[in-house]
Design a protein around this ligand. Structure first.
Ligand code: NAD
Ligand code: MG
Length: 387
């Protein structure tokens, strides 16, 4: 089969399946080299069959037999375990779309960057915990980093990459999440279902909960700093519930360029896959007359302390973003497991940042050490608070 070779890390998730939907609509344009999933054997096997993938890797090593059986009679090579997922990133493919959730995406992402693949990055946690490592590897190999996260994709589209000194400010928009109008008392009682009930986007559980705490926007500030290098003082966040303006760049002359569109992840995914070209998508077209009004408001850092924590971690630099991310992953998992309440998530992250402080962070080994220390500390803090 011809086409541009493409690997999808995290093919069974929300971003992964929307990517599969797009490539099915453009037969011959992309050829799937490798697909990965963590534990969804049926989803991975179906995707591998539908795309004729050459390689399918499942993170859960115990699922090897089941995946092998599900792909019997196909030409797809089957593998299992964390090394097999990493190998998916290392295999020759021109584009690697990273849609694994969490810092688990780091190893396969680095494997792809090391060999100079073009990277379509949805997996923001990798940039938050190890941005400098990923960027250094990309500089060394010539790997191009294309953001899939809708805000960063928007910024990428309107940013003056040749003259970044002309940019005065990069403004990320935030929908405000499901609790935009809730008070703290109500948030304290919020269930996992409430937190995942996003008003605009349908996404995986972890990012949905991050959107409810606004930690997602905090992670995105750090992600923006890694991708556009403008410094914390030139970054800002504004709440925009309709999610039509996906982000904005203000220039020194006062001009503000925004990228807009209906809230459908297939638009930024298509941009990153087709870049520097553009392809058709089936997405609803923006009908501003039907929408009528676009509204904006300042974020409330008191009701949403996670955003303030991320701002502080961004300014502190060093290991702080890595600790913030790891603590948040563990705290969100504890919330999903019913061990702690919704408001505990930000409290736990704050406690871990307090305990560990920020230290200089250089190189992959240091990142991995900071990440695992933060996870251990967070597990201890969760135990102390578990209800
Ligand atoms: P998801 O939970 O729907 O899917 C996650 C994928 O990662 C699945 O394929 C899963 O099998 C795989 N995975 C999970 N843990 C793994 C592990 N330990 N090892 C290997 N694979 C593992 O998540 P999602 O909503 O698609 O989000 C994926 C990433 O994209 C996240 O970083 C998220 O922040 C980012 N993102 C998502 C959206 C969205 O609309 N869903 C938008 C912007 C950014
Ligand atoms: Mg986003």
């Amino acid at each position: 089969m011809s086409g541009v070779s493409l690997t999808i890390l995290g093919a069974t998730g929300s971003v992964g399946s929307q990517t599969l939907d797009l490539i099915a609509r453009h037969p011959g344009r992309w050829r799937v080299e490798a697909l990965t999933a963590n534990s969804d054997v049926d989803g991975l096997a179906a995707a591998a069959r539908a795309t004729g993938a050459r390689y399918a890797a499942i993170g859960d090593a115990r699922a090897y037999g089941a995946l092998k059986a599900a792909l019997a009679g196909t030409g797809t090579e089957v593998a299992a375990g964390a090394d097999a997922v990493r190998e998916a990133g290392a295999r020759e493919a021109e584009i690697v779309l990273t849609a694994i959730v969490g810092a688990a995406g780091l190893a396969p992402t680095l494997a792809a960057v090391a060999r100079g693949a073009r990277l379509a990055i949805a997996n923001k946690e990798t940039l938050v915990c190890a941005g400098p490592v990923v960027r250094a590897a990309a500089r060394a190999s010539g790997s191009v980093l294309l953001p899939v996260d809708s805000e960063h994709n928007a910024i990428f589209q309107v940013f003056d990459h040749a003259a970044p000194q002309r940019v005065r400010k990069v403004v990320l928009t935030a929908s405000g999440g499901p609790f935009r109008q809730w008070d703290r008392a109500a948030m304290g009682q919020a269930s996992v279902k409430d937190a995942c009930n996003h008003p605009v986007w349908s996404m995986g559980a972890k990012i949905s909960i991050d959107s409810a705490t606004l930690m997602n926007k905090g992670l995105e500030l750090i992600e923006a700093e890694q991708l556009f290098d403008v410094g914390p003082d030139r970054l800002d966040v504004i709440v925009h519930p309709q999610s039509v303006v996906h982000s904005m760049v203000e220039y020194v002359d006062g001009s503000v360029l925004a990228q807009m569109g209906t809230p459908d992840m297939r638009i930024p995914i298509a941009y990153a896959l087709a870049w520097p070209e553009r392809v058709e998508t089936p997405c609803a077209r923006l009908d501003l007359a039907a929408i009528g009004n676009l509204s904006f408001e300042a974020p409330d850092l008191e009701r949403f302390p996670a955003l303030a924590l991320a701002w502080a971690a961004l300014r502190a630099g060093g290991s702080a973003p890595c600790i913030l991310n790891a603590a948040n992953e563990v705290a969100v998992a504890a919330f999903i497991a019913g061990q702690v309440g919704f408001l505990d998530i930000a409290d736990i992250v704050a406690a871990v940042l307090d305990r560990l402080g920020s230290a200089p962070l250089e190189g992959l080994e240091a990142v991995l050490a900071a990440d695992s220390a933060a996870r251990r500390t967070t597990e201890a803090v969760v135990k102390e608070r578990a209800r």
